[in-house]
Design a protein around this ligand. Structure first.
Ligand SMILES: Cc1cc2nc3c(=O)[nH]c(=O)nc-3n(C[C@H](O)[C@H](O)[C@H](O)COP(=O)(O)O)c2cc1C
Length: 424
């Protein structure tokens, strides 16, 4: 029987309170690392657990922490990526709202492991309530002597602050986030150097997603073996899946990593709205390639989804039923990426603009066959040609929608209107 650990307390209002959290074993893992483990041992156990980042890329967390230099004289920083702006994704918000101390404890342990004495939680500007909840929780941790100087007599110092963003998707990209935190425009940096070597204020910095860090206290407390016993060994652990769109029971589901997508939709999500037929599923947030109904018998983990040409990403699963116009759905997505493109790279800035204009023409029945080809060409010219993956995030849906639903684009051209009349 799968035990929910990340979300087990989230419906309980007192779970935001430090006394409630500590009564249920909270901050034991942090005490354990301070008393019994040196930073490298913490990195080792996280490496051994095979925890992979929940922010989108799935990079092994312990390996990333291991890149931080050990004997340098620079300050180190731990930045919590709480920007959560990928359409279809709303899991980090739930954790910050319902279990803020778990996120904070994960950030404390990560800070200790990478020898950081300062940590920021960079939170999406619109999450006003969650920022306040985190600030109150951090204050409680200071009051209990879990933050500040010489924590619990260990000699370790750590300060933690909440920094509110201004609602820009690009500031979720880790180097855009760092620039923004430094008070600059959130333009991503060219890598290398990677943040672990040269990040915030040119010093070694680790950026981790909220959910990634929320897994860490359990790994320390229960061990790497316990973590690896959940889901596939190459990317194990509990996983928060966000389910939205044409689904009977939308929401955040904590399940073992590798849960079958079909099961997620039909068993946990209660099936398709109004008993309609499924048309398409975006499994991992709006930037990942779309799947057809015949492709959804697949495990929702990093490797299984990569094998069929898509990605787990941020696990934002968007369900679309038979009445969805795929041209209109893509237009909706590309409108977002065009608006959120930071403008630094020409292919992304100009390409997303072009793509939106062409899609509008197709949707409104004013396009020719050449326009559909042009749309594909524009996407091909964005992909892999930008500093950060926002460009790819816009190109991949275009390419996959065209690959899997081209007939529908052609039908718009042939009939000079949207066959589903979704906008006209
Ligand atoms: C345009 C863009 C937006 C992103 N937004 C987020 C975000 O909101 N939250 C997040 O955790 N990662 C986001 N990422 C991924 C981060 O760059 C980074 O990989 C992640 O924070 C690393 O944490 P992890 O190793 O714990 O997954 C984004 C990436 C891109 C390219």
């Amino acid at each position: 029987m799968f035990e929910k650990v990340l979300t087990q307390h989230i419906q309980i209002p007192e779970s935001r309170d430090i006394d409630y959290y500590m009564k249920h074993g909270g901050y034991q893992a942090f005490r354990k690392v301070l008393k019994e483990m040196d930073p490298d041992q913490v990195i080792e156990v996280v490496k051994e657990s095979n925890l992979r980042g929940r922010g989108g890329a799935g990079f092994p967390t312990g390996v990333k922490w291991g890149f931080v230099p050990k004997n340098d004289d620079k300050p180190h920083y731990l930045l919590v990526n709480a920007d959560e702006s990928e359409p279809g994704t709303f899991k980090d918000r739930l954790l910050m709202d319902g279990n803020p101390h778990l996120v904070i404890e994960g950030a404390m342990i990560a800070s200790y492991a990478i020898r950081a004495n300062l940590s920021y939680i960079y939170i999406r500007g619109e999450f006003v309530k969650e920022a306040r909840i985190l600030e109150a929780a951090i204050q409680q941790a200071y009051d209990k002597g879990l933050l500040g100087k010489n924590i619990l007599g260990s000699g370790y110092d750590l300060d933690m602050y909440v920094h509110r963003g201004a609602g820009a998707y690009i500031c979720g990209e880790e180097t855009g986030l760092i620039e923004s935190l430094e008070g600059k425009r959130g333009w991503p940096r060219i890598k290398p150097p990677f943040p672990a070597i040269e990040g915030f204020l040119q010093s070694p910095t680790i950026v981790n997603n909220v959910e990634t860090l929320a897994c860490v206290p359990f790994i320390v407390e229960r061990g790497a073996r316990w973590f690896k016993s959940i889901g596939p060994e190459s990317s194990p652990g509990p996983k928060l899946y966000c389910l939205s769109g044409h689904i009977n029971k939308p929401g955040v589901y904590e399940l073992p990593m590798g849960t079958n997508l079909k099961e997620l939709i039909y068993e946990y999500g209660g099936g398709i709205l109004d008993g309609k037929a499924l048309k398409a599923v975006i499994p991992g947030g709006s930037s990942v390639p779309v799947l057809r109904p015949d492709e959804i018998d697949v495990a929702m983990d990093f490797d299984s989804l990569a094998k069929i040409g898509t990605m787990l990403g941020s696990a934002g699963t968007i369900v679309m039923h038979e009445d969805t116009c795929m041209v209109d759905a893509l237009l909706n997505l590309i409108h977002f990426y065009r608006h959120e493109s930071c403008g630094q790279c020409t292919p992304c800035r100009e390409g997303t603009n072009w793509a939106e204009r062409i899609l509008k023409k197709i949707e409104h029945g004013q396009a020719s066959e050449k326009d559909v080809d042009l749309l594909e060409e524009v996407a091909n010219h964005i992909n892999f040609r930008t500093i950060c993956p926002l460009g790819d995030a816009a190109a991949m849906p275009i390419q996959s929608f065209l690959k899997k639903f081209r007939d529908e684009f052609n039908a718009h051209v042939a009939q000079h209107k949207c066959p589903l009349n979704s906008r006209l």
